[in-house]
Design a protein around this ligand. Sequence first.
Ligand code: AMP
Length: 722
Amino acid sequence: MRILSAFIPRPQILSLRRFQTNSISTIHASMDPTEQSLRQSLSEKSSSVESQGNAVRALKASREANPEIDAAIDLLNKLKLEKSAVEKQLQSTITSSGNGSLNREAFRQAVVNTLERRLFYIPSFKIYRGVAGLFDYGPPGCAVKSNVLSFWRQHFILEENMLEVDCPCVTPEVVLKASGHVDKFTDLMVKDEKTGTCYRADHLLKDYCTEKLEKDLTISAEKAAEYKDVLAVMEDYSPEELGAKIKEYGITAPDTKNPLSDPYPFNLMFQTSIGPSGLIPGYMRPETAQGIFVNFKDLYYYNGRKLPFAAAQIGQAFRNEISPRQGLLRVREFTLAEIEHFVDPENKSHPKFSDVSKLEFLMFPREEQMSGQSAKKLCLGEAVAKGTVNNETLGYFIGRVYLFLTRLGIDKERLRFRQHLANEMAHYAADCWDAEIESSYGWIECVGIADRSAYDLRAHSEKSGVALVAEEKYAEPKEVEKLVINPVKKELGLAFKGTQKNVVESLEAMNEKEAMEMKATLESKGEVEFYVCTLGKNVSIKKNMVSISKEKKKEHQRVFTPSVIEPSFGIGRIIYCLYEHCFSTRPSKAGDEQLNVFRFPPLVAPIKCTVFPLVQNQQFEEATKVISKELTSVGISHKIDITGTSIGKRYARTDELGVPFAITVDSDTSVTIRERDSKDQVRVSLKEAASVVSSVAEGKMTWQDVWASFPHHSSAAADEQE
Ligand code: AMP
């Protein structure tokens, strides 16, 4: 949880909700009525069992006649059976309402085992027992990432003519001070009082409540409602409130059961110093966006001083997460791809909005979240027209992000756009939506899309003294009324001596309302009390010390700070969710085992094609080499498998890597091409093989086109061959 304050800098829009793992039930505290009545009934049954147990014991002690004891025991057994039936019902209600985690964990384990075994990723520094939150991508992982990034470049940078930049990860402190990260990029942490081990305070509270709700069937309906309520509101807790709840529930350090310290803010940035003197403090950047903001002036000139324009950057970001869990989803170094689209705040229309306005997908506006409803399919054009989405440009990017994610292979039924609640948004933000993808960890924020207004450019203008502004030239000069404040320095110098500069600056910084009020008081009373914030006190301003007037001027241009609309993509999170959405199992031909398949679309598949000689002989191996050379020349990544294992085993191996096509060389004139998901095969001439695979892998042809154009046989026949 990021700490919220009145002046929330950019990281503060990232409250706990950016990583909600059970979002519907944590967004609102209402409890499923079935669960509520089952909890009630279970507590009644438990009391009946207890009192009937007491009755049986009393009868036995008073040595009553056997028939009476037998009848009481029969009733006790009946009540126990009823209690156990309600317990079972409650357990299954909890599991099916999404709180249950058993199936999800088993599924996740299957995915993660395959990913690690096939080197999609590797815990970093494994031979030294690794470091939490750091991961390496192995060969197929690198290939998937490179495919995702090259599609990102094509879909956003190329298609929208964005200006790409590449800035350093090491960032001087002043930049991150201006952006607010130095003061506010924090999570609340607690320490094991004996061992010093650190935990994220909100995670401990969340785990406690979730475990109680999922595993403790004995808690009353009221207590269950309380835990749900805590989950819903905990991100708004102050450090004191969070500490009080941890104490109230008796939460201790998970590993040792030792007492915990009070929560306190921990800054997530990795600190460093630049140069050998150690005198220039710096940080590893927690996001790439600041590199773009500080280059705004040059980029604006590069773009011919025209708005709107967008700049983009792909690069590493570093966050010293307190206790990273959840594998690739919460790590300490990750790749971000960020866009900063600069726009005139008075015109946020988008010329290409009609390209996406008809799209319909799951959206979760804040009203629906507050009233306990779930995400609904909405038409993007209507959502913008009704003002649910603040403006066309924000809507345009929501649509483009939807297209990007679904083209990668994210299941559109498990993708939703959730609007930030008012308490999640910074005061300056106009509107924010997160693309959340459902995985075994729940709904995960993978892309944040925010209209951040002019906050970032203003913050850097103020700190650096360089005006980060844009101009709009008027066709005809416009007559405008301007406020003119002229402090009379001679008089002010005499009155305030060494503090004259502070008074002058404060006078000049008055807004129109303040200045006109001062003018009126000076005219009526000749003197006014004036608060100088840099002195922290009131001073007395006399009529001869300042002149305030409104003058008519001709202006040839308007100078303003652009608004920025920022889509920010966590590439690792998208890739992990993609792995889960593409993973499936199918029975082996003999039916004795389940085989893993990654059904990656060709666009992201790490290897597009495998080439197998059916049997080991020189003729087939020569043909394999010819095909490989042609595939290389058309830029299709492929892998040759000349091992003598059965063709079925070789297919299974490549299915597990998500390779969409396999060429089997079974003659020196023609070959078969097999499609991974259908297992269907076509026969093509040796010469055509590479170009057919290239067309279908690059989306120029569909597999249906290929199937219709060549002699083929279906998966049933293919199974015979395997
Ligand atoms: P934020 O600036 O916090 O909105 O983050 C931008 C994007 O970065 C999020 O939408 C996530 O996809 C991703 N992200 C944030 N923190 C992490 C992390 N610790 N590990 C991996 N991805 C992250």
